[in-house]
Design a protein around this ligand. Sequence first.
Ligand code: NI
Length: 198
Amino acid sequence: MEGGRRPWRGPASFCVAGRIVMAVKEVLKMGDKRLLLRAQEVVSFSAPELHALLQDMRDTMRALDGVGLAAPQIGVSLRVVIFGVERNPRYPDAEEVPQTVLINPVITPLSDAMEEDWEGCLSVPGLRGLVPRYARLRYQGRDEHGAQIDRSVSGFHARVVQHECDHLDGILYPMRIRDLRNFGFNDALFPGQNVREE
Ligand code: NI
């Protein structure tokens, strides 16, 4: 999910004393067929490729000020997502979400209740839509070391998890908008407002 307004400058890496310290990957945009695939389960948690992938994802998410990113968004068709929102004094109402690596996730709604709220996506830049999501859910999966994750969450945390895990099944948030009148450009939907892109 989108989370900020820093300009995108394209793929980049920065080399300090011969050591690559950052690898910002290109984020695929809606229309790219790779975003529509069902991603594959991770089978090895010790593979160096997994840890390199996670570093690329963290660097890319940080550079774009996102609140979440799924591996397929950088062209890697594996069931890996990262997300997290730290407390930010500029957005005192924004809910905190722990920094999380979630691999092979399974989501179980804890009630039928749905909530609608605005979402953005790094693969759908500049736009926002009103998206229904389960209000409460349990998510399970593995962290980067293969340890079990099992959390029951609600609200914004639950929304971010659903948004990111949808990417693993080839679903982008515009496909879930009920009324396309509630879909548009940030600056037209929220004129003059310093809206945070989540
Ligand atoms: Ni997204």
